[in-house]
Design a protein around this ligand. Structure first.
Ligand code: ZN
Length: 154
């Protein structure tokens, strides 16, 4: 067992890629050999902010600067496609992308909508707290995933 595998065994994103753990539950939109693209899962209320995707490295690697060139290229292409998909399907005011990594030490990039009408008092990180923001249940997430998926390569 390598150290990467040992770390990955306890990692919630690695667990999610196996279909288990606390972060599982959002529909898988797309994947290739380097990355997986998921929609954010429903929260404790059973609903999720619509148009919030995660680009995740398949390999357990904690931070952006440890991606291989091939992984970085795959992440960049997937993020751009995710942004295009969100824009074309949901017609938001903006699509934001962020790499932070303070919460879970497995590379993931956030790509998410700022929906039209979001008041200025909600900054780029808090548009999902606006009461008018669109949320959907698991069935609505699956339907949205179906509409986003054609914007990725077959
Ligand atoms: Zn991991």
């Amino acid at each position: 067992v390598t150290s990467t595998e040992a770390i990955g065994a306890a990692c919630p994103i690695c667990a999610k890629h196996r279909g288990t753990g606390p972060l599982a539950g959002g529909p898988l939109i797309w994947h290739d050999e380097h990355v997986l693209v998921f929609h954010r899962p429903p929260d404790a209320t059973g609903r999720a902010f619509l148009g919030y995707l995660f680009i995740e490295s398949r390999r357990h690697v904690p931070v952006l600067d440890q991606l291989t060139d091939a992984e970085a290229a795959a992440v960049g292409q997937a993020a751009a496609r995710a942004a295009r998909a969100i824009r074309q399907v949901l017609h938001p005011e903006y699509v934001f992308a962020a790499i932070v990594g303070r919460g879970v030490a497995h590379f993931h990039q956030h790509v998410f909508a700022r929906h039209r009408g979001t008041p200025d008092e909600f900054d780029w990180m808090t548009g999902d707290r606006w009461g008018g923001a669109p949320y959907g249940d698991a069935a609505e997430l699956d339907a949205l995933a179906e509409r986003l998926r054609p914007h990725f390569p077959a």
